[in-house]
Design a protein around this ligand. Structure first.
Ligand code: G1P
Length: 300
């Protein structure tokens, strides 16, 4: 099952959501552009794809998402102004995002769900396995997850999802996987999947976090997948079919992630992500931590 798989080089990032949880900030600005410290959330995600070796990035966008394209493009006006000033540090920051990856964009049109967004990538992806990264989940670069998922896909073929154990009262927020152990302590075999089950119906407490490496057969399945939970075409439902019949598209494995993950789709978690990442920054961290300590002491 191992050899003959082409090297994975393409990453797909669905970014067509309306971001209503962050209104009014997201009225005219895509939620993916909200800063986490001083970098838009989406840049962390593209950097993660690149550091896993995937430098061909397709973003699935929608109306009002033009700032995403601008962010990953050159900004000659700004660059020449900074050049004239001799401000090499800031110039590098401006150029960083346009030098990262080969970027492509396609619009989703109708917002018919994550499965539908992924299906929009079919003409670009073709017949190779590819990764999907959801922008609401940030994975700390010190805990490389996607790289491990690519390795597991190369070893077993088929598809690989990222899983994290969550408290039972949280499972209704996620796709949930029924799993069996394998010889590798961080890898499980997935034999069933269900999108956002109630705690009572959940087959496990393994939640899908927003990273996938998918076999291209997923497209054939998605074309036939009926709207599921929330009336949307669910990626989890298509993956469930892959898991149920290995003959089509190979097995589904899960990499169990125990590292640092920040959910920027929720306002509370978004704030926590900023505080944690700011504390760890070499330039901002020392002062910020000192201030935070005294702030917390005053508040207690
Ligand atoms: C999506 C998926 C869900 C997954 C989650 C991870 O849900 O449908 O299976 O667990 O992302 O963040 P969403 O959070 O977009 O509702």
């Amino acid at each position: 099952m191992t050899q003959s798989h082409p090297r994975i080089s393409k990453a797909v990032i669905p970014a067509a959501g309306l971001g209503t949880r962050f209104l009014p900030a997201t009225k005219a600005t895509p939620k993916e552009m909200l800063p986490v410290v001083d970098k838009p959330a989406i840049q962390y995600v593209v950097e993660e794809a690149v550091s896993a070796g995937l430098d061909d990035v397709l973003m699935i966008t929608g109306r009002n998402k033009r700032p995403l394209e601008d962010h990953f493009d050159r900004n000659y006006e700004l660059e020449s102004a900074l050049q004239k000033k001799g401000d090499a540090g800031r110039l590098a920051k401006v150029q960083e995002s346009s030098d990262l990856a080969t970027m492509h964009y396609v619009r989703q049109g109708d917002p018919k769900g994550l499965g539908h967004a992924v299906l929009c990538a079919a003409p670009h992806v073709g017949h190779e396995p590819f990764a999907v990264l959801l922008g609401d989940d940030l994975i700390d670069p010190r805990d490389p997850l996607l790289k491990r998922m690519v390795e597991v896909q190369e070893q077993h073929g088929g598809s690989v999802v990222a899983l994290m154990e969550v408290a039972p009262e949280q499972i209704h927020l996620y796709g949930c996987a029924a799993v069996d152990p394998t010889g590798d302590s961080d890898v499980v075999k997935v034999h069933d999947l269900v999108e956002k089950p109630s705690a009572a119906d959940a087959p496990s407490n393994y939640a899908i976090i927003g990273r996938y490496v998918l076999d291209p057969h997923i497209f054939d399945i998605l074309r036939k997948t009926e709207p599921g939970r929330g009336g949307e075409i669910q990626l989890t439902d298509a993956l469930q079919q892959l898991a149920a019949d290995e003959k089509v598209g190979g097995p589904v494995h899960g990499v169990v992630f125990k590292g640092r993950r920040y959910d920027t789709g929720d306002r509370g978690d978004y704030l926590r992500a900023i505080v944690r990442l700011a504390c760890e920054r070499e330039d901002l961290g020392p002062d910020f931590r000192t201030w935070l300590r005294s702030y917390v002491a005053e508040e207690m």
